[in-house]
Design a protein around this ligand. Structure first.
Ligand SMILES: [Zn+2]
Length: 251
């Protein structure tokens, strides 16, 4: 029995092998098989560890059906006892099996993970998400007891899990941008502009501004638009984090 990690490794090796073969040097049927192998195994990566477990299970199923196609394929090609109709049938059959295990049901975009986290938090606390509605600023990471040496404002529960103990203190405020909506499970979320107060051990605090990519692909230099209310909230977040960085006090 393969472990999920072994399935992922084997699938990755097969994808690399399929990609490395020059399409013009293999017979048409084999080329079609390579295309289906890539369809089967070259599925999007998961956005976080929990989703990676789901992806690994799906990949294992898809790998099992791919190998079931591939093993007799190689024997049949070597013996030459099958005709093109058989190979076409074999690929169509694999596609039918793959359709039963679609590469779906896990998150591939980190923004979705953060949006779900914010929604969970809203349910748990009754606080609205920080967004263009002028709601309160919500730290992106849960507040907790701080370990010694952590400034009061740092919102990291567990530096060991967050940065492997390579201490980088962190506090972020987000503004949802109405210009960048996306849907998760039928509900609408917005990509966020983040302002982060960050401090590496032994260094002064710094501010990082993280904007989502522009959707204006023709003119990316136009940047991401925000309403004046959103811009004001971003300004307030920045002001609050600068004050926090200077004084060490949470606003
Ligand atoms: Zn810290």
């Amino acid at each position: 029995m393969r472990t999920p990690a072994e399935a992922v490794n084997l699938a990755t090796a097969l994808v690399q092998a399929a990609r490395s073969i020059q399409p013009d040097v293999v017979p048409a049927a084999d080329h079609d098989a390579l295309v289906v192998i890539l369809e089967a195994l070259d599925i999007p990566f998961a956005a976080c560890a929990g989703d990676e477990e789901i992806r690994a299970k799906i990949l294992d199923q898809r790998l099992m059906h791919t190998l079931a196609m591939l093993r007799p394929w190689l024997d049949d090609r070597a013996s030459g006892r099958r005709d093109d109709d058989h190979y076409a049938w074999s690929l169509a059959h694999l596609r039918e099996q793959l359709a039963k295990h679609p590469a779906a049901g896990y998150r591939t975009d980190y923004a979705e993970v953060m949006a779900d986290w914010a929604a969970d938090r809203e349910t748990a606390t009754g606080l609205p998400d920080s967004g263009s509605d002028g709601g309160p600023m919500i730290p992106m990471v849960r507040a907790a007891d701080h370990r010694p040496g952590c400034p009061d404002w740092c919102d990291i529960d567990d530096h060991e899990a967050w940065d492997g103990g390579d201490t980088r203190h962190h506090l972020a405020y987000a503004v949802g941008l109405s210009a960048l909506p996306y849907e998760v499970n039928g509900s609408e979320h917005h990509e966020s502009a983040l302002v982060v107060l960050r401090q590496d051990a032994g260094s002064d605090p710094v501010i990082a501004v993280q904007m989502p990519p522009s959707r204006d692909e023709d003119n990316p230099a136009n940047g991401v638009s925000m309403t004046l209310a959103e811009a004001a909230e971003l300004r307030d977040n920045l002001t609050a984090l600068i004050a926090t960085g200077l004084t060490g006090d949470r606003p």
